[in-house]
Design a protein. Structure first.
Lengths: 516, 403
């Protein structure tokens, strides 16, 4: 039987978990014996084919920051981002694949080869970023059978290990992203209600605020800049992270700052830190409120708050939640590992549904009672031209057909009409996004629909969108009079920057690089 | 111009030989009167509602019936519908204008519908039942004044080839016009022509952007480019386009002179636009103003105050205006002193309302941070940062947010 794994590919740390013989997830430590691996990559300057991943990359970074890449998850799906090292331009997918490769290698030493994996992503990741994540897995030689939202993964793990009933809010504040998910849990029956996320809010942003405190203090004392090159920046970023972590345990953190103008001793209090991160915490407050509103509930309706992600260790985070909800949030078994553990469960559930023969009886038995109802992560629509009630003119608009947070599988239909006499062609555009303004939505597919000739305007066109449990989208455009059909199918993973052929070719190229 | 239309309509009315029976309005069903005898051809107006894509629209259905005498069998005909506003008396008809060019007279915007009616099967034909010949959406008609208007509809049949009139009828109909009329609150100066709406738009933009009488060169440049663009869109190349450009350039120069002299009243210009321009034109005016303001990288507080007042005067939807402003003044390229304007925070909002407004803005911009366009992503990131800063200061402070 194959080994099924779940991977938390985090902004700052990654982890891999497998399902054991009784269907329970277990973290697999890396080659260094650590349960989580820093999501950092360092390109060795002496051997171009050697790439260090994890703690070695972190340790090497201060010597030559130009050869190190961190926080690559922030650039997933960004076709403009390239890291050029020794003349080769690395894409975010390729760099992420190196991290995944390390996890896969280290795991295979312990447990044997991994075949099928589920990789977690932030809930707010769009189709392009999800596809980029899948491609990263494929480039690493993994068979990616699914993508799971990080809060959902954490909720899965939590619900299957603790007795939970009621409405739960998962507060996932990690190294680089923040997600809030509201779900209803009844034993092992999990129903997602809604998700919201912030793509640029996490531990690294709190570190940046501490770094700014360093710089301001140094500037005030010496009227000079503390950081004058990239090596110093790398060093003080690590120092800032250290201060942040200290302030979670102690009320004061002390640091020596060594700059070109001189050295100084700096004390930062927890209050100063909390004041510096107040705007970031305000963003988390907004997202929690928006999530509750979307879920149609108030803080009083929430029975449990589950904290996930290392940044939830900050006392201010826990205090604010307690103030808002009236009770203390619950810290998961291990905030850094819950997502990977839940992703492994999700991998098991996917395999049980799609290829049950791949699971042994023990593993399948451990999963059989688990029920997960997920929701549509984004709204999907089409571009149309309704008449504006105020001006009486036709205005181009995005019309949402399938709304975000609709339980899966889901289907929705709307009727549109042709605009002019003799219209023989219709440009149909499938969009993803919440806006009515077409400039602000992601146009993920555009097709031409041929129509019969010589007809007056106002012919009805029925548009149906279907989204299934395997994250496959099926769009049908039907000319009701002639019954002509245009069908567009795609999967999360079809619509991205890399074609299948391209992924295969790049995977072969990357095989030459050794990951350590 | 209005006097010319009046004369034209009166002449047409005369040609059609329409006379009301002395001391008596025929009511909804009318007929031509020749020498005191009813000829039997009649018309009527039925108000009704027509379904559309997004609801329904009020229309006037024009119908005819009765006896028609044609020169020969299968005589091909057109039907013509004219409307005159006779509220001030049939001896003082005023034109009813039409916003749809397909239903205008050749040389004026007065309403005139001409449609192919088809051949009359025999020399003498009788329509025993009412037959609909035209459907006119009420929204395309423009009347001289707001209020209850008495309209005279004249329906006639003409030879398609020779234009000969073979039947005609008129009827009176009372219509309640809710919109301002084209003569309402206007100082009619018989010798002057009304200013083009585009000139008013330019004047408004100059007025908003001027500072102590001076208008930045970059704004003037943008407005001149806009003039050329407008002319190119509307008129084919040639002397007519050149004349239009010259006219608008003069309008712009006049506005700049007035601004320098301190005599350009922005509020009055906005009110004039509100009276004379259609809602579409008013949005276009707002768009031009925002583009002009956005031509400069920094938007000072007094200018944003002015912008909101202008939006109010123009009578356009505030939320739509704010969305336009967010597009024209993207935060990653512009410095806007008064963020409350862009965030929709108003002085009279209490803390809960401000929180709600910021939450809505956050939700909107958070959905845009993963857009494929890098400029939109940058703008979204900047907006989220500003919203969070505003929110973190929300608790005890007044709604003041600095960019």
């Amino acid at each position: 039987m194959s080994t099924i794994a779940g991977i938390d590919l985090g902004t700052t740390f990654s982890a891999l978990a497998i399902l054991n013989r009784i269907g329970k997830p277990e973290i697999v430590p890396n080659a260094e014996g650590e349960r989580i691996t820093p999501s950092a990559v360092y390109f060795d300057e002496e051997d171009n084919n050697v790439i260090r991943v994890g703690i070695e990359a972190i340790n090497s970074r201060q010597l030559n920051p130009d050869r190190c890449v961190r926080w690559i998850k922030r650039h997933m799906g960004d076709r403009e981002f390239k890291k050029v090292v020794d003349g080769k331009a690395w894409t975010p997918e390729e760099i992420s694949s190196l991290i995944l490769k390390k996890l896969k290698q280290d795991c295979s030493v312990e447990t044997g080869a991994i075949e099928d994996v589920v990789i977690s992503v932030p809930a707010h990741f769009d189709e392009v970023r999800r596809k980029a994540t899948m491609d990263a897995g494929t480039l690493a030689g993994l068979n990616v059978i699914g993508i799971v939202n990080e809060p959902v993964a954490a909720a899965l793990f939590y619900a299957t290990t603790c007795e939970v009933r009621g409405r739960v809010l998962v507060y996932d504040l990690g190294g680089g992203t923040f997600d809030v998910t509201v779900l209803d849990v009844d034993g092992k029956d999990i129903r997602i209600v809604c998700s919201q996320g912030d793509h640029a809010l996490g531990g690294i942003d709190f570190d940046q605020k501490v770094l700014e405190l360093f710089e301001v203090a140094y500037r005030e004392k010496f009227n000079a800049e503390l950081i004058t090159n990239e090596e110093e920046r790398a060093r003080y970023e690590d120092e800032a992270e250290d201060v942040k972590k200290t302030l979670s345990r102690r009320p004061v953190a002390k640091k020596m700052l060594y700059g070109q103008a001189g050295s100084m001793r700096l004390e930062i209090t927890r209050e100063q830190f909390e004041q510096a991160i107040a705007p970031l915490i305000a963003r988390t407050d907004i997202l929690v409120e928006v999530s509750l509103e979307e879920a149609g509930c108030t803080p009083a309706d929430v029975n449990k708050i589950l904290l996930v992600g290392g940044s939830t260790r900050i006392p201010l985070v826990q205090r604010r939640l307690e103030e808002k909800f009236g009770f203390a949030p619950e810290v998961a078994v291990n905030v850094d590992e819950a997502v990977a553990l839940g992703a492994a469960i999700h991998a098991g559930l996917t395999t049980l549904r799609e290829a049950p023969d791949k699971l042994d009886e023990g593993t399948a038995g451990g999963l059989r009672d688990v029920k997960l109802q997920d929701v549509c992560n984004h709204s999907y629509g089409t571009i149309c031209a309704p008449r504006d009630a105020e001006t009486g003119q036709y205005v181009v608009q995005n019309s949402i057909i399938l709304r975000k947070n609709t339980p899966l599988p889901c289907e929705a239909t709307q009727r549109f009409y042709t605009m002019v006499d003799g219209q023989t062609e219709l440009q149909v555009t499938i969009t993803q996004g919440e806006d009515t303004d077409p400039d602000y939505v992601n146009k993920i597919a555009t097709e031409i629909f041929e129509l019969p000739p010589n007809r007056p305007a106002n012919r009805p066109i029925k548009v149906t969108y279907r989204y299934d449990l395997n994250q496959r989208m099926h769009c049908t455009f039907e000319d009701e009079e002639s019954q002509r059909l245009l069908e567009v199918d795609f999967c999360v993973g079809d619509n991205g920057q890399m074609s299948e052929a391209n992924v295969s070719r790049r995977a072969q190229e990357l095989e030459g690089f050794k990951v350590e | 111009m209005p006097d010319v239309i009046l004369v034209l309509v009166f002449l047409l009315a005369g040609l059609l030989c329409v006379r009301a029976a002395a001391g008596r309005w025929p009511g909804l069903v009318g007929g031509t009167v020749e020498g005191g005898r009813r000829t039997g051809f009649a018309c009527r107006v039925e108000p009704t509602v027509m379904p559309t894509d997004d609801g329904s629209v009020e229309v006037l259905a024009i119908q005819m019936c009765g006896r028609i005498q044609a020169p020969r069998n299968r005589y091909d005909t057109n039907v013509q519908v004219l409307i005159a506003d006779v509220t001030e008396g049939t001896n003082h008809p005023q034109p009813v204008l039409c916003t749809d060019q397909a239903w205008q007279m050749e040389d004026s915007p007065a309403f005139c519908l001409v449609a192919h009616n088809g051949p009359i099967p025999r020399r003498v034909a009788v329509l025993a039942n009412w037959v609909r010949v035209a459907t006119i959406p009420c929204g395309v008609l423009v009347f001289p004044h707001r209020g209850v208007r008495r309209l005279q509809f004249v329906v006639s049949l003409h030879g398609r080839r020779d234009g000969r009139m073979i039947a005609s009828a008129s009827t009176l109909y009372s219509f309640t016009n809710a919109k301002p009329g084209y003569l309402d609150e206007r100082d009619v100066q018989p010798s002057s022509s009304p200013e083009p709406i585009e000139v008013l738009m330019l004047r408004l933009a100059v007025g908003v952007c001027q500072n102590d009488g001076a208008v930045p060169d970059v704004v003037v440049g943008l407005l001149r480019e806009w003039i050329v663009f407008q002319a190119e869109q509307a008129i084919a190349e040639g002397p007519e386009r050149d004349a239009a450009v010259e006219c608008l350039e003069s309008g712009l120069d006049e506005a700049l002179r007035r601004a320098q002299a301190g005599s350009l009243d922005v509020e009055e210009t906005a009110e004039k636009l509100a009276r004379e321009a259609s809602i579409v034109d008013r949005y276009q005016a707002a768009g031009l103003v925002l583009q002009a303001v956005g031509a400069e990288q920094a938007v000072l507080r007094h200018r944003t105050d002015r912008l909101m007042r202008i939006a109010g005067r123009l009578g356009i939807d505030r939320e739509k205006f704010r969305a336009m402003a967010q597009k024209c003044l993207p935060m990653h390229t512009h410095r806007v002193e008064d963020m409350c304007f862009l965030l929709g925070i108003e002085a009279e909002m209490d803390a809960a309302e401000r929180r709600q407004q910021l939450n809505q803005e956050y939700q909107k911009w958070n959905a845009r941070v993963t857009h494929p366009d890098a400029a939109i992503r940058q703008q979204a990131d900047r907006m989220l940062t500003l919203i969070a800063e505003a929110r973190s200061r929300l608790a005890d402070e007044p709604a003041v947010v600095q960019a």
